[in-house]
Design a protein around this ligand. Structure first.
Ligand SMILES: [Zn+2]
Length: 398
């Protein structure tokens, strides 16, 4: 079997139990698919104190520009209770026209199809008119500390530069051709602690109940809306995700109360300006709390979660058009250009080159019986193949 068969590629990859942080043989299997095509394959092990070492892979075909990168991950989430699967999660069995297994859609399937698309491109057109590389991590489903971010830096230090990137995450909600992701919202999390004075519930004038401060501060973050949305993004949204007082006694006013929050923000904001707006709202609510007549402003502390995700929007029309036209050409459907959903490793790649995301249908990702239609693997391979041809044609236009 050759690399040009996406079903065979995917079965091989699924049979490698690469639950984060284990490599599980998945990168070696991919290496074995890429070497016969002429790729130069390198394996990069990333380390971080207190965390497991992670194997990553970088492979490049060609040595001139323009340079197209395909990015993704071979690690998968745990299968959960194997007995509830209709086919064992790492057996890669085919039944009823579907291929079952952990990672089938998220996202060994995307990798299997892109490798097949490159193999077919070479069979049909010869070597690409520039370079194609695979940037594949084993740490996307885990903490993502030893993954794409470090692999990008490692590659850049060795002189690698890219003109565009396609991430093969599952982006389609219901059917192939639904949706291309051209950006992602940013994400910031934090925890606010309100500092009170402990006391007897029957003598509140001697105490200072932090719950009276918590309520207006939490409300001020949830309302009014941060914005009404932009041309390419839905409205920013903040959710209070936890409220913690930890007080078992009904006759005691606690000393401290806290709440946690997460905001998904659009391109109205940056991580810094959205943090400033959060502080402004907290200060205003603290100064004017109606729950504390005659009292000093609410005293609070805020701690921000490490590493905010930055918002981004890809504006490279040639990249978006190449992919969009490829989807239309193969499926007859016009994909929606979207910025919805959670964050992905595209948030790291966008600092190096324009990036878009398109892959399989995401319905069964992370679930028991994760599976993909064999027909979809063939269609996605054709879309990727058409995209590769069009992208190089566009990139080489004078
Ligand atoms: Zn994924």
């Amino acid at each position: 079997m050759s690399t040009s068969d996406p079903v065979n590629n995917l079965q091989t990859l699924i049979r490698c139990p690469s639950v984060t942080p284990a490599e599980g043989g998945a990168l070696s299997a991919l290496e074995a698919m890429l070497l016969p095509l002429g790729f130069k394959v390198e394996r990069m092990v990333a380390t971080e104190p207190g965390m497991p070492d992670i194997e990553n892979l970088y492979a490049r075909l060609g040595n001139k520009g323009p340079h197209l990168m395909f990015a993704g991950h071979t690690d998968v989430v745990p299968p959960g209770d194997e007995a509830s699967w209709s086919h064992l999660p790492f057996a890669a069995e085919i039944a009823g026209g579907e291929l079952f297994g952990r990672g089938a859609v998220d996202m060994k399937g995307g990798i299997a199809c892109f490798a097949a698309a490159v193999a077919r491109h070479i069979e049909k057109h010869g070597m690409p008119k520039g370079s194609i590389s695979f940037l594949i991590t084993g740490d996307e489903e885990g903490p993502a500390v030893n993954g794409t971010e470090k692999l990008l830096k490692w590659a850049v230090e060795r002189g690698e530069r890219w003109d565009a990137c396609l991430v093969g995450e599952p982006t389609n909600p219901d059917a192939l051709g639904d949706m291309i992701k051209i950006g992602r919202r940013g994400s910031v999390s934090g925890k606010v602690s309100i500092l009170g004075v402990q006391g007897h519930a029957a003598y509140p004038h001697l105490a200072d109940n932090p719950v009276r401060g918590l309520l207006p501060l939490a409300s001020a973050l949830m309302d009014p809306p941060f914005d009404m949305g932009t041309d390419n993004f839905p409205p920013s949204n903040l959710e209070v995700t936890s409220v913690d007082v930890g007080n078992p006694a009904t006759n005691v006013i606690p000393a401290r109360a806290s709440f946690a929050f997460n905001i998904r923000f659009n391109d109205t904001w940056t991580a810094d300006t959205v943090k400033a707006e959060i502080l402004r709202r907290l200060d205003a609510a603290a100064a004017g709390s109606p729950f504390r007549p005659g009292r000093d402003p609410v005293r609070y502390e805020i701690t921000w979660a490490e590493r905010p995700s930055h918002v981004f929007l890809t504006r490279n029309n040639a990249l978006i058009a190449s992919l969009s036209e490829a989807v239309e050409n193969v499926t007859g459907r016009t994909p929606q250009l979207s910025t919805t959903g959670g964050t992905s490793d595209a948030r790291f790649i966008k600092d190096y080159c324009p990036v878009v995301e398109f892959g399989l249908v995401g319905q069964t990702m992370h679930m028991v019986d994760e599976r993909v239609a064999l027909a979809d693997l063939e269609i996605l391979t054709q879309i990727y193949g058409t995209f590769i041809s069009r992208w190089f044609d566009n990139a080489l236009l004078p």
